[in-house]
Design a protein around this ligand. Structure first.
Ligand SMILES: Nc1ncnc2c1ncn2[C@@H]1O[C@H](COP(=O)(O)OP(=O)(O)OP(=O)(O)O)[C@@H](O)[C@H]1O
Length: 233
């Protein structure tokens, strides 16, 4: 579970996050929408324990990320927009390497299975990552988190630059992870993808959560209109 309570964060006197209260339950996918500079990455960086809030509390599964970041990071799978992998290793070798770094030793068939579950076609498991598309690298990134038994997934702009098929595959995978009990927060500019994949949506503007709603309560067009209204006011 993710919890932010009355969180504020400023950089050199400029407020990036103002009094943010946000919860994402186990099994839920929350989409954080907002323009450039709204505070989405700052929120994710506080959840990762890379930034400390000036005030308020940030918890992952009831553990404070500010004081126990090593512990909370073990619970988190972080998927940045561009997943960083070793290009001259295969997907399988990358997964093996990152699992070993985390102290996990899996058999080849277990590693293959994680990649397959995360949607990477069997025939490319042993191909060098340098030839992978962005979507394929993302699947390996998610497989690494999955193999590490992440409880919480944080995704920053996951759908950006993906073609519609890859983007749809990502949605299916995230819903599957949530159905297995993962807590997922994704920051995005993609109103339509967020509505399609997330149970709940938060709109951030200048570091303030100006709206929270359930995806089922709005059509894509209504969400777009609402979002634009907030951005223009
Ligand atoms: N390390 C930093 N030093 C100074 N200012 C920062 C730093 N990180 C973020 N900011 C500022 O905090 C505010 C929020 O930035 P943040 O990167 O969280 O927004 P964002 O919603 O992720 O934007 P984008 O969609 O462009 O990634 C912005 O005004 C940004 O300039």
């Amino acid at each position: 579970m993710i919890q932010l309570r009355n969180v504020s964060k400023s950089f050199k006197g400029n407020l990036a996050i103002q009094n943010l209260n946000l919860e994402v339950q186990k099994g839920e996918i929350l989409g954080l929408l907002g323009a450039n500079g709204a505070g989405k990455s700052t929120t994710i960086n506080m959840l990762l324990g890379f930034l400390n809030p000036d005030s308020g509390e940030v918890h992952i599964n009831d553990i404070d990320t500010n004081h126990n970041s090593q512990e909370t990071r073990k619970l988190i799978g972080y998927i940045p927009e561009n997943v960083n992998l070793y290009p001259y290793l295969s997907g399988l070798e990358n997964l093996d390497y990152f699992c070993k770094l985390a102290g996990l030793k899996y058999s080849k068939s277990e590693l293959e299975n994680y990649l397959t579950i995360c949607g990477l076609e069997n025939k490319v498991h042993v191909k060098k990552v340098s030839g992978y598309s962005k979507g394929m690298r993302q699947k390996v990134g998610i497989a690494i988190a999955y193999a590490k038994k992440a409880k919480v997934y944080l995704l920053d702009e996951p759908a950006s630059g993906l073609d519609p098929l890859a983007s749809n595959e990502l949605s299916v995978l995230l819903k599957k992870l949530a159905s297995e009990g993962a807590t997922i927060l994704m920051a995005s500019h993609d109103i339509f993808r967020v509505r399609e994949v997330c149970n709940r949506i938060g709109i951030l503007k200048n570091g303030i959560l100006v709206k929270e709603l359930y995806s089922k309560d709005v059509s894509a067009n209504e969400l777009e209109t609402l979002y634009l209204q907030f951005m223009q006011n």
